[in-house]
Design a protein around this ligand. Structure first.
Ligand SMILES: Nc1ncnc2c1ncn2[C@@H]1O[C@H](COP(=O)(O)OP(=O)(O)OP(=O)(O)O)[C@@H](O)[C@H]1O
Length: 225
């Protein structure tokens, strides 16, 4: 099976008021194509730190991040940006949609930035929003959508450039329990349908149990959950 993400002995230490916080102390992980893995850890253990490193938003103090076999540490900043844009989608706890653009435009823009022609980007955007039942709302501004609808648009945006890897940090953490449940299942359906590998951080053990595998961040290392 082809390897989408490989983390090798990742180390990340923060300096905080004179103390060293050893957040990652040799974290290893392999994610294969189509695999959906839950990342579970107590608050402050380093889930977001790990996702930022895996998503090439930050560099580790030591260790290697490979995306599709490519050692990201050997790339220039612009090459990392291109690899991130072409291969990785992000979903955060907050939707981070652009308020002055419609739902559809929010899904179209990353595709235009990646060089896709507008007609193709709009067709893909409409397909993704329709899959979430948002077709009739595609021209609404984010401020006119419910919290669950906004998060669905944010997921559609993350999938817009057909990434190989989706990284999600508490993707339904801001929603009420009932909506979170539904949106989480919709996210899984879309990720499975598109054959994308995903690493999804969640505090919720019920949600984690729906995924293919659980890894836990313990003492700065990843262990099977
Ligand atoms: N840039 C930074 N400088 C100093 N300390 C940091 C920095 N970024 C993160 N930390 C610290 O590292 C620890 C891990 O943070 P991180 O956000 O990765 O945790 P988390 O597991 O995602 O937490 P939560 O579930 O609450 O979001 C925290 O104690 C945090 O305060």
């Amino acid at each position: 099976m082809s390897e989408v993400l490989k983390l090798e002995a990742l180390v990340r230490t923060f300096r905080n008021e004179g103390d060293d916080l050893h957040i990652l102390r040799g974290a290893d992980l392999v994610l294969n194509a189509g695999e959906i893995v839950a990342l579970v850890a107590p608050s402050g253990a380093g889930k977001s730190t790990l996702l930022h490193l895996a998503g090439l938003l930050e560099r580790p103090d030591d260790g290697v991040v490979r995306i599709g076999g490519i050692d990201a540490g050997k790339l220039s900043d612009s090459e990392r940006t291109r690899l991130r844009r072409d291969s990785i989608g992000f979903v955060y706890q907050a939707h981070h949609l652009l308020a002055e653009f419609t739902g559809l435009e929010n899904v179209v823009l990353p595709q235009l930035i990646a060089g896709s022609p507008r007609a193709k980007a709009e067709a893909r955007g409409r397909d993704l929003l329709r899959a979430f039942g948002l077709g009739p709302r595609e021209t609404h501004l984010p401020g006119k959508l419910s919290g669950g609808e906004r998060q669905r648009v944010a997921i559609a945006r993350a999938m817009a450039n057909a990434p190989k890897l989706l990284l999600a940090d508490e993707p339904t953490g801001n929603l009420d329990v009932a909506t979170a449940d539904i949106v989480f299942d919709e996210l899984l359906r879309m990720v499975r349908g598109e054959g994308v590998a995903a690493l999804i951080a969640t505090h919720n053990p019920d949600l984690a149990a729906r995924l293919d595998r659980v890894v836990m961040l313990r003492d700065g290392k990843l262990v099977a959950g």
